[in-house]
Design a protein around this ligand. Structure first.
Ligand code: FE2
Length: 202
């Protein structure tokens, strides 16, 4: 798996941080399963830093999918700890999702832990076969599935897997339309919930 296209993120994100993904996703069998990087999720500590990150991506040629906004638009049915500010921008052959906390002590706030630098929250890989990719990440690369019992739905299937020793979170994505850049509200809630459940038992 070649992550060289992600080098466009330098110097916005440290290449050392990207390298830890490259080291893991290097297996030949995995290579044939992964079609490409679908998206990368980057965290910032505050909405002001998120706006700065958004501007940086515009400056290097990103095309806007969604500008900085509050998610979810309808807030009442989504747990407060999952609320966030976010944007999405297309870059070359993948897209970037930027997030910042919606409130103190929510999921993104805890992830950022007060750090000023932009941090990779996860990298999402678009795969040819959803279930097979999950099995290979588990069996060959020592990842652990978060909430794999709940297969996601319809035209997009998504799940988080974590490599605890390396502290790497990846997302496996399968799309019926490989060119789609859709993110589905329900899937974001499910993914956030799986991460929360994992932290609560760790
Ligand atoms: Fe994602």
């Amino acid at each position: 798996m070649n992550l060289s296209s992600l080098k466009v993120l330098n110097p916005i994100v440290s290449l050392d941080e990207l390298k830890k993904y490259e080291d893991v996703i290097g297996d030949e069998d995995i290579d044939s399963l992964i079609l490409k990087v679908d998206h990368i999720s980057l965290g910032t500590k505050s909405i002001n830093l998120l706006r700065k990150l958004y501007s940086d991506f515009l400056y290097i040629g990103g095309s806007v999918l969604e500008d900085v906004h509050r998610w979810p638009a309808e807030q009442k049915d989504t747990p407060i700890e999952f609320h966030k500010n976010m944007f999405s921008l297309e870059l070359n052959d993948f897209f970037v999702v930027g997030v910042s906390p919606g409130s103190k002590n929510d999921q993104i706030d805890k992830f950022m832990n007060g750090e000023e630098t932009t941090k990779i929250h996860h990298i999402a890989f678009l795969v040819r076969n959803f279930n097979l990719a999950i099995e290979m990440f588990k069996d060959q690369l020592d990842f652990r599935c978060l909430d794999c019992a709940k297969p996601n739905q319809g035209d997009i299937r998504q799940v988080f897997l974590i490599h605890e020793n390396r502290n790497i979170l990846v997302e496996i994505v399968w799309r019926s339309d490989v060119n789609s850049k859709n993110l589905i509200h329900k899937n974001i809630v499910t993914l956030s919930s799986s991460l929360e459940a994992y932290k609560n038992v760790s």
